[in-house]
Design a protein around this ligand. Sequence first.
Ligand SMILES: C[S@@+](CC[C@H](N)C(=O)[O-])C[C@H]1O[C@@H](n2cnc3c(N)ncnc32)[C@H](O)[C@@H]1O
Length: 253
Amino acid sequence: MAKTNEVPAYCAHEGVYRQIEAKESKTWNEHIGQPAIEKAYVRFLDDLCEDGVIHEPKRLLELGCGTGQLLRYLCGRFGSLGHGIDVSKTAIKLAKAQTDVKGITFQTGDVTDLAAKHAGKYDLVVDGLCLHCLTDEEDRDAFIESVHEALTKEGIGIIYTMATPILRKEFQEQFGKLYGKRTYFVTADADKYSDAEVIDGQLQIPTRYFEHYKNIMKSLVDHGLLPMAFRVKLPTESKPLTHLAVAVKKVEL
Ligand SMILES: C[S@@+](CC[C@H](N)C(=O)[O-])C[C@H]1O[C@@H](n2cnc3c(N)ncnc32)[C@H](O)[C@@H]1O
C-alpha cells in the first residue's frame, strides 16, 4: 500500500510511458521488443475457455492495463465491457487515445489500494503483468486482496506473472543483476522514491520481484483465491525465468 507522502517505486513506470509516448510506440511490449500480447497468455485463455473455466464474462477488469491492448483484445473476444486501471497517467492517456470502441473505460489508479475502495465487481479480473512489478511484500498482498475484492462470486481471476526458480547466471547475463528476489534500476530522480536503496554505490529503485511460483500459489490460497487451473513454464537457458499463469476463483474465508 502506498505510504503517505512517499512515492513507491512502481510509480516510476510513468517515466517509461513518457519514453513510449515520445518514441510513438504503441505498447510496453513494443517498447521492449516483444509481441503486444504474449502468445502464452492467449493459449492459457484458449484452454480456460475450452475447459469451461471462463464462460462468457460480461464485465472485465485489467489491473496494470498499460496502454490497454490486452483489455481491448479480451473485450473483443468476449463481447464484454471492460475497465482498465494503471498507475501511470501517461499510459492511461495513451490507452484512451488507442481505444475507439464503446464499453471500455480506463482510470489512473493504484491497484494496491483497490481493496480499500469500491472498485466494482467483475466476472473476469486479469493481472496485466503487474504483480511482478510490485517489489514490496505488503503491496503484493494488497494486489491479491484487490483481485479478491473485485471478483463476483462466480468470477475468475487470472494472474500471469514472472516468478522463480530463475537460472541466475543466465538471467544476469541477459537482464542484469539480481539481488535476492529483486532487480533494481538506476534513475536520476531515485531519491524521490520511498524504497530507493544504495546498491553497488548508487541509489537505485527496485523494479521487479520474482517470487517462487509455489509461494505465489500459496499466497493466493491464503487470500481466499482457489486455483482452478494453472501453467508453469520453468526456465531454460535462453528464457531463464519461470512464468506462472493461474486462474483463480473466490472462496469465502
Ligand atoms: C509490465 S507493464 C504491462 C502493461 C500492460 N498490461 C501491457 O501488457 O502492456 C506493468 C504495468 O503495471 C502498471 N503498474 C505497476 N504498479 C502498479 C500499481 N501499483 N497500480 C496500477 N498499475 C501499476 C505499470 O504502470 C505498467 O503499466
